[in-house]
Design a protein around this ligand. Structure first.
Ligand SMILES: [Zn+2]
Length: 382
């Protein structure tokens, strides 16, 4: 088993699948803002270039060293649950670190991602976009296998986008950038859905298997949240109560309770799949610990922004450059300066580097929301 977790995030937006290839700026563009929603906005300012990840080199010993010095980064998934990723020692020391999830799922990157393999219990809608942290992939495989254990002969679980190999932008999704988000389709009653993205309805939703899947995700993996359209939530909630699940537990999952927001959140359009955000605490912790080294060595290039600095009494070009982490040459170039002479009141354009959003956020692994234990059977020694 892996540790427990969940948290929140703002819902919204409907979610076209990457293989649907919606036209840029088309119908979806205007009303999307959720984790799966289109990020592109026509006329978007490019002053701050998007961050990017450069191809990994074999020289990241310093990063490995940083992690080693920092000590254990967390518990690895239990034996038998981790995906069969590599059996031989990797030639690249960077890869020996394991998956690194950098930043918020809307802004970050994935390093050393693991690709979801083919499986007997699942099918991938977009194999090229099926990269996740090792923890995410292990969790998905675990749930698919457990579902088939519970319901032998079930159709293969249909898994859509996770992340690109190195994470980063994954249009039309707004999130799915750090190997922690996965789109998993609801189980439908027809064995062969009419199309890959088929909405679940009261008529076609296999409530028994879909509830079992959702239950597995919530109780046996670490998730921050699960996004499901309200129309499907209603069907699943009704089914869960009907089959005898604890009403208070079910209410907490779907509606939250005092001091705790719901784990399952409504996002319009999530009628065909659930969007699961896994915690991936180990990969995230690695991302926090290694962030500065990854930036220093150019493996992660954070965004930057332009600011204006007005020269005040006592300023020198070298001090200003140092203050903003620039070289004097870069500062001269950005401002067309032929010398290091600056004047009081002169306005200089500065390119200031900013952190990838969420890159230094503390990693929180919330307690899993588990149903109450069945009443203890009276123990009789007699
Ligand atoms: Zn999604």
């Amino acid at each position: 088993m892996w540790p427990a977790g969940r948290s929140l995030a703002r819902p919204v937006g409907r979610r076209p699948e990457p293989w649907e290839k919606p036209a840029v700026g088309g119908d979806h563009a205007a009303n999307l803002s959720g984790p799966c929603a289109r990020r592109y906005r026509p006329g978007m300012s490019r002053i701050s270039p998007r961050p990017s990840v450069r191809r990994l080199r074999t020289t990241l010993l310093a990063v490995a060293g940083a992690l080693a010095v920092a000590g254990a980064v967390g518990a690895e998934p239990a034996e038998g649950t981790a995906p069969a990723v590599q059996t031989a020692p990797p030639a690249d020391p960077m890869q020996s670190i394991g998956s690194i999830s950098v930043g918020h799922p809307h802004h970050g990157f994935l390093i050393n991602g693991v690709r979801m393999p083919k499986g007997e219990q699942w099918i991938l809608g977009a194999p090229g976009l099926a990269w996740g942290t090792d923890e995410t992939i292990a969790a998905l495989m675990h749930c698919a296998r457990r579902l088939h254990e519970q319901f032998p002969g079930s159709p293969k679980l249909r898994i859509g986008a996770i992340s690109a190999e190195r994470g980063g932008p994954l249009p039309p999704h707004k999130s799915h950038r750090t190997g922690r988000d996965a789109d998993v389709h609801f189980v439908l009653t027809q064995r062969t859905p009419k199309k890959w993205y088929e909405a679940a309805t009261a008529e076609n939703l296999d409530r028994e298997r879909t509830w079992a899947l959702l239950r597995l995700v919530i109780t046996e993996t670490d998730v921050e949240m699960v996004l499901i359209d309200r129309s499907v939530q209603a069907l699943l909630e009704e089914y869960a109560l009907k089959m005898g699940e604890d009403p208070a537990w079910v209410a907490d999952l779907f509606h939250g309770s005092p001091g705790s927001s719901s784990l399952i959140k409504h996002v319009p359009g999530h009628t065909g799949h659930m969007h699961i955000r896994f915690v991936s605490p180990v990969a995230r912790r690695r991302g926090v610990l290694a962030y500065d080294r990854l930036v220093e060595q150019g493996h992660v290039v954070p965004p930057s922004r332009r600011v204006e600095h007005e020269v005040v009494q006592g300023d020198t070009l070298s001090e200003i450059a140092a203050q903003f982490g620039m070289t004097v040459e870069a500062l001269q170039q950005a401002n067309d300066l032929e010398s290091t002479v600056i004047k009081l009141g002169q306005k200089l354009t500065i390119t200031e580097r900013v952190d990838i959003k969420g890159a230094r956020d503390p990693v929180v692994v919330p307690k899993r929301r588990l149903p109450p234990q069945p009443a203890a059977v009276a123990h009789s020694a007699q």
